[in-house]
Design a protein. Structure first.
Length: 276
């Protein structure tokens, strides 16, 4: 183990009474968890107070200075017959969103795995499957105490925010870890016992893309623009194209198409203009 990567097992639990492993600093909790997947147990949580080289989807950088952000990974090895792995990404987004609602932060969900507020992206989830270990690793990054100066220069279409920016106060990072894990355990357990319908219902209620026109860039095909039609019961994205056909996407990157009426003198009433 490299210098600066000292690990300790905390008394607080991970998921389902598994372990919570804390590092003062790691390049990436996701990479460490993937590298040690063979020896980790179902529900183990790897938390780094400082993450220096974290990655999000499409290799986007996700860094977090000590006690500024919450960065952790959880490993799931649910076994045969479990439904949680198939809905884990949405479950993690719902858990983060619910934890923010507990603190009066009006968070919303953006398919496939982002959590937003009115001011920008506040959290993201990265899921990596490990078929050889029959495991899934969930990486979660939540901007807790960042200020505007902590964020890199971002395009206007992809702003970032934090809990501190939203509420003008500092939050204990460990408390947020406790809260997100409690919600995540509850959501994943409910998926196994009653199915994922409640996840779709929660998502629909807090959907940041509702009523908007979007462009989807799929991982393995051309982009498609159309009217967003929500997610289905399996968590897939539905887009109605200009012919009226509904297309389903399991992965991809979504961007909102700016409304042509944004500069309308009386103010445009569409959801895009009300929420951007």
């Amino acid at each position: 183990m490299n210098k600066g990567m000292t690990m300790k097992t905390l008394e607080e639990q991970g998921l389902w009474e598994a372990r919570r492993l804390c590092f003062e600093s790691l390049p990436s909790t996701q990479t460490w968890t993937l590298d040690h997947a063979a020896t980790l147990r179902h529900g183990d949580v790897v938390w780094a107070r400082n993450q220096t080289c974290g990655r999000g989807r499409f290799d986007r950088v996700w860094q977090s200075a000590t006690d500024r952000g919450l960065t952790f990974s959880a490993i799931l090895k649910p076994g045969p017959g479990s439904a949680m792995a198939g809905h884990a990404t949405q479950a993690a987004a719902v858990a983060v969103c619910a934890a923010l609602h507990d603190r009066d932060i009006a968070a919303r969900l953006k398919w496939p795995n982002d959590v937003l507020t009115r001011n920008g992206k506040i959290a993201g989830i990265l899921a990596t499957s490990l078929p050889e270990h029959q495991a899934l690793v969930l990486g979660i990054g939540l901007n807790v105490n960042m200020t505007a100066s902590d964020f890199p220069v971002l395009p206007a279409s992809k702003p970032a925010t934090s809990m501190r920016i939203e509420k003008k106060r500092v939050f204990p990072v460990r408390d947020m870890l406790d809260s997100v894990l409690a919600h995540l355990e509850s959501v994943l357990t409910r998926i196994d016992t009653e199915g994922a319908a409640f996840v779709t219902e929660f998502w629909t209620k807090h959907d940041a893309l509702a009523e908007q026109r979007v462009t989807v860039q799929s991982m393995d095909g051309p982009s498609l623009s159309g009217q967003y039609r929500g997610i289905d019961s399996e968590g897939a994205l539905r887009i109605e194209d200009d012919t009226g056909a509904v297309r389903v996407f399991w992965s991809g990157d979504v961007s909102v198409i700016p409304c042509k009426n944004r500069n309308y003198a009386g103010g445009c009433p569409c959801r895009t203009c009300r929420t951007v």
